[in-house]
Ligand binder design. Structure first.
Ligand SMILES: O=C(O)CCC(=O)C(=O)O
Ligand SMILES: [Fe+2]
Length: 290
């Protein structure tokens, strides 16, 4: 087994997170998507409102999520963050006009495609690292960027925190594990992400320029019969009085909607499940059941 396979397997079986370098995604590309995303978030709410998540009937996850709308830990108050989800690349999907924010659509879509390309390469190495057919994961991720696959590029903005208006227990991003197969994460220089280790302590996962942080998500843990682990992570509030902002960009990789996920080790540890059914259940938890 080559060094990449071996190191990836160690990271994903023991920690659940890994920093990858020389991925082909440059820091300039990351900076570009961060810059244009920040310009979007700084627009007035009434300009962002027409692009709200759940106002796109064909794609319920696409669009803008306002602050405190989502609770990644359902036991806490809403997360102090805003997000923009690019889930639909369909030509008819409505975006902010070029007059309002030139290049927004183009930069989000092009970064989505860079992340897709890297994700597919990583899914191949993951299968090889387990001694499996290199296509075992890839064959269920044929439609990333199409309507029948929910993979999402998500730009996140964490506004300055006014300590006196914070609700009890409120965080920038509550404790959670991701839902899909893998997630690619890019953070602005402030860092702030923390990962729960197997020994039960939160460990900082700082921003390392030029790298991509990749983590295992819950469906992949299930798919591998718990060989790869999906670690809980969070983003705390800044210290009182620190008015700095924070940004990140995450690419959430999901299998094709109709893919049936069966334990790849033949263990039957979990029953087969249809990808889209599993994901809808998880989304309902973080947005509150209707
Ligand atoms: O902002 C970050 O660094 C991570 C956000 C995150 O974990 C998520 O949106 O799932
Ligand atoms: Fe996450």
């Amino acid at each position: 087994m080559n060094v990449l396979c071996k190191d990836l397997k160690t990271a994903f079986t023991e920690v659940g997170f890994v920093y990858l370098k020389n991925t082909g995604i440059t820091q300039q590309e990351v900076d570009k998507v961060m810059d244009i995303s920040k310009k979007f978030f700084l627009l007035p709410d009434e300009v962002k409102a027409p692009f709200k998540r759940s106002s796109f009937p064909d794609n319920p996850n696409h669009g803008w999520v306002s602050s405190e709308t989502e609770r990644l830990n359902p036991l806490r108050a809403g997360d102090l963050k805003e997000a923009f989800n690019t889930t639909s690349l369909h030509p008819d999907t409505k975006w902010p006009s070029e007059d309002v924010l030139a290049g927004f659509r183009e930069v989000q879509v092009s970064f989505f495609l860079c992340c897709k390309d890297l994700s597919l390469r990583v899914l191949r190495v993951m299968a090889l690292s387990l001694g499996l057919d290199p296509e075992v994961f890839l064959s269920k991720h044929r439609l990333i960027g199409c309507e029948k696959n929910g993979s999402t590029l998500r730009a996140l903005y964490y506004p300055p925190v006014q300590t006196n208006s914070v609700k009890e227990g409120q965080l920038r991003c509550g404790e959670h594990s991701d839902y899909g197969t893998i997630t690619l994460v890019f953070q602005s220089a402030e860092g702030g992400l923390q990962v729960l280790s197997r020994s039960g302590e939160y460990v900082p996962a700082p921003s390392v320029p030029g790298t991509v942080l990749i983590n295992i998500a819950d469906m992949m843990q299930r798919w591998t019969g718990d060989i790869f682990i999906s670690a809980i992570h969070r983003v705390l509030l800044p210290p009182a009085g620190d008015m700095s902002t924070r940004q990140s960009v995450a690419f959430f990789v999901q299998p094709d909607d109709d893919a049936i996920i069966t334990c790849c080790d033949g263990s039957d540890k979990y029953p087969p499940i249809k990808s889209v059914d599993y994901l809808l259940e998880r989304f309902n938890e973080s947005y509150g059941r209707k």
